[in-house]
Design a protein around this ligand. Structure first.
Ligand code: ATP
Ligand code: MG
Length: 224
């Protein structure tokens, strides 16, 4: 379970203080597929980043399967992220100089998974995402939808407990976007992974539960 209590994050920048997230308390049960919805600037990315330890909140608590992620120091935090978290961003985040297979294998290598186990898992993932012959392709040779399919495979390769996705379908047409979301959900379910996705897209939230609404950094409603 992911539990946030009274999480607050304020940025201090040239524009003065921006309260990106204000007193957010929520929980997502293990194995759920949650969506965070809200307009641009509502605080979706900031909240996801806090959940994954990419951003430190300035108040409140974040328990990620019992681990107080906001209190972990750098070394322990990166070990936790490497082992238990998967990230997918809006434009994918593939390394341009690595092939598709090498990108997918990256979290496996970081977790000490090598040899035939690693190779077999990459091959199975390439089949799962419908790109069995793309192993040696480079990211710039892929379409937007293909890039996001590879990003899903890479985010899930090491069977993380928590998958955080920040608008992974934002640059795709609706049909392709829905396929990516279904792929994420199916692969997540196969491995008992909890998924939290930020999105603008109303249609895509049909399959998400719970739906967490954010407005001006605050939870405005939780549906379903
Ligand atoms: N690093 C930063 N420095 C200063 N202000 C920031 C920073 N990151 C975000 N903000 C501000 O915090 C608020 C929330 O931003 P955030 O990126 O979380 O919104 P969002 O809901 O993800 O928006 P979008 O849908 O456009 O991605 C915005 O007002 C934004 O300008
Ligand atoms: Mg955002």
């Amino acid at each position: 379970m992911i539990q946030l209590s009274h999480v607050t994050k304020t940025f201090r920048s040239g524009r003065g203080q921006v309260k990106a997230v204000t007193d957010v308390s929520l929980s997502v049960d293990t194995g759920r597929f949650a969506a965070i919805m809200g307009k641009s600037g509502a605080g979706k990315s900031t909240l996801l980043n806090c959940m994954g330890g990419l951003e430190m909140p300035d108040g409140g608590e974040i328990l990620c399967f019992g681990t107080p992620i906001h209190r972990l120091r750098a070394g322990k935090l990166s070990l936790f992220q490497r082992r238990h978290l998967g990230f997918i961003f809006q434009r994918g985040n593939l390394l341009s100089y690595l092939t598709v297979a090498e990108n997918i294998g990256m979290p496996l290598t970081l977790n000490g998974i090598a040899g035939k186990v690693r190779d077999d898992r990459i091959e199975a993932l390439l089949a799962d995402i419908g790109l069995p012959s793309a192993a040696t392709a480079l990211p710039h040779e892929l379409s937007g939808g293909e890039t996001q399919r590879v990003s899903v495979a890479r985010a899930i390769a090491h069977h993380p407990k928590l998958l955080l996705a920040d608008e992974p379908t934002a640059n795709l047409d609706t049909a392709t976007g829905q396929r990516i979301v279904q792929l994420m959900r199916d692969l997540g379910q196969d491995h008992g992974c909890t998924i939290i996705m930020a999105t603008h897209d109303r249609e895509i939230t049909d399959i998400a539960d719970p739906i967490i609404g954010l407005k001006d950094g605050q939870v405005v409603r939780e549906e379903k």
